[in-house]
Every structure is written in C-alpha cells, then in structure tokens.
Design a protein around this ligand. Structure first.
Ligand SMILES: Nc1ncnc2c1ncn2[C@@H]1O[C@H](COP(=O)(O)OP(=O)(O)O)[C@@H](O)[C@H]1O
Ligand SMILES: [Mg+2]
Length: 250
C-alpha cells in the first residue's frame, strides 16, 4: 500500500540524515506495518530537521503538515536499535501490546492514537522502531512540574473541564495502582497539559510503551529498577494528594 506522503527536503543543515529521509519515504510506502496509517494518507508533510523532544528512548522530530492539517511527530527509538527485523518486530509488538492495554484503560481521549513502524535509519543498516503520533505543540506543560511549582491547583481552579479531566485521569491511575500496575510517570513531559485548536486545555499521556506490575519491579531487584519503582510510586502519591485536595475544595 502506498500512503503517499511527500517528504519534502529541508534546505536547512541536515541532522536527521539522508538515510532516514529515504527510509521514511520507504516505510510510509512499504515498511513493515503494525497498523495502517490513515493519518498520513494526505500529502504535504515536511520533516523538520531539529529534534523537538528527547526521552530515555526516543529522539522526536516534527512532521509538519504544510496544508494546515494536523502536524505529527516521529519518534525514533535511538536507544533500542536492532540488527534483524525479527527482533525489532518482536519488540515493537510488545510495545504495541502495552500501548493497547493502556489505551483501553484510559481511552483515546487521554492516550492519543499512534502508529508504529520498523525502519533502517542509518548507513550501518540497523533497525529502529518508529512511532508516529499527533503533534501537540511546543508549549506542552509537564503536569508534575506544574504541581511541584504550585501552579497546577491555580490552573485547574479556573478550568472546570481540565479539573474533570484530571480527576478522571487519576481515578484510572488509582484503579491500576490497586492492581499493582504502573505507567511511566517518571519520564519528563509524559503526562502533559496541551492546548487544542479551540485553546482548551486537555490532559494527555503521550509515552504509553511502558507498563510494569509491582511484582515485576520487585523481582527485577536491581538498584536502578528499585529507584524507578519508588520514583513512580512517589509520583502516583503526588497525583493522589492533588486529587484529594481538589475534591476537598469542590
Ligand atoms: N506528540 C507530541 N507532541 C509534542 N511533543 C512531543 C510529543 N511526543 C513527544 N514529545 C516530546 O518529546 C519528548 C520525548 O517523547 P516520549 O514519547 O516521551 O519519548 P521517550 O519514550 O523517549 O521518553 C517528550 O517528553 C516531549 O517533550
Ligand atoms: Mg517520555
């Protein structure tokens, strides 16, 4: 299937690499697909060479729509590269399974839809997992940052819809906490406030590839994992505290 996405060469100095540009045109045309790509069916995209985000796993690039439609992000799993497509496909499927579980629990409102591909991204021919998702702007706010600097409560007290979003998100989180299931609340700007096209603030969780049970955490037993586990637990605690505060003031 040909998804007909035009990758327009950028005139600015390339950091994204010719190989990636080629492989993106290729995957969009004939890559191993885990899903279909309705979002990209329209022509008129432009890849920005500048990295717009970086997490523990991905480098994130902007795929701007030049026809005033929704722009997208391309996340490239630079920290996990593979030498053969079986390994890459296996890993991608497992990530996709986690994504599906998280999306099923919270729903598409909080968990934006995404598509995942596997592609070579450099001359050495190693494979990366590539995720395409809607771009939420460059002024997204990290909820934890807002909570920690004391502005979150002020924001939600003036915005009933955002308050409702927050309470619902945390209720879902607490349901999973009771089951000993945790998402990656530790990564920076994973749980964010965005502004939609009508300037309404909404809550999104944009990094849904991580799902661990407390049993996993405890059995992994390394210092790094224990630290991560406790960091995530403490962030769940922060959200729970804020949840109770907001409900008391209601
Ligand atoms: N859809 C998006 N819109 C805008 N910025 C994004 C989007 N997705 C990711 N980013 C930016 O890129 C960073 C890394 O993306 P993320 O999906 O969290 O990757 P990782 O798995 O490596 O943590 C985010 O923290 C955020 O700053
Ligand atoms: Mg992240």
């Amino acid at each position: 299937m040909n998804y007909m996405v035009e990758i327009i060469p950028d005139q600015s100095k390339s950091t994204i690499g010719e190989q990636l540009r080629k492989s993106l045109s290729k995957i969009i045309g004939e890559g191993i697909e885990l899903d279909k790509l309705p979002l990209l069916e329209k022509k008129g995209y432009r890849i920005h060479e500048k990295i717009i985000g970086r997490g523990g796993e991905n480098k994130v690039y902007l795929l701007e729509n030049t026809q005033k439609k929704k722009s997208l992000v391309i996340k490239i799993s630079v920290m996990s590269m593979f030498d053969n497509s079986d390994d890459a496909f296996y890993k991608a499927k497992r990530l996709r399974e986690k994504f599906e579980l998280i999306k099923k629990h919270w729903g598409e409102y909080f968990i934006p839809d995404e598509r995942m591909f596997i592609s070579k991204i450099n001359k050495r021919g190693r494979l990366a997992i590539i995720t395409v998702q809607e771009f939420f702007g460059d002024d997204i706010k990290d909820i934890f940052k807002e909570i920690l600097n004391g502005t979150f409560q002020k924001i939600v007290s003036k915005d009933q819809l955002l308050k409702k979003d927050f309470l619902l998100f945390v209720e879902k989180l607490l349901e999973w906490k009771d089951l000993g299931l945790f998402i990656d609340l530790y990564g920076s700007k994973n749980l964010i406030i965005i502004r939609d096209k009508n300037n309404r603030s909404k809550i999104k969780f944009i990094d849904s590839h991580f799902l661990l049970s407390s049993d996993d955490f405890l059995s992994l037993n390394s210092e790094a994992n224990s630290l991560l586990y406790h960091s995530i637990l403490s962030r769940v605690g922060l959200l729970e505290k804020m949840y109770n505060k907001i409900r008391e003031n209601n």
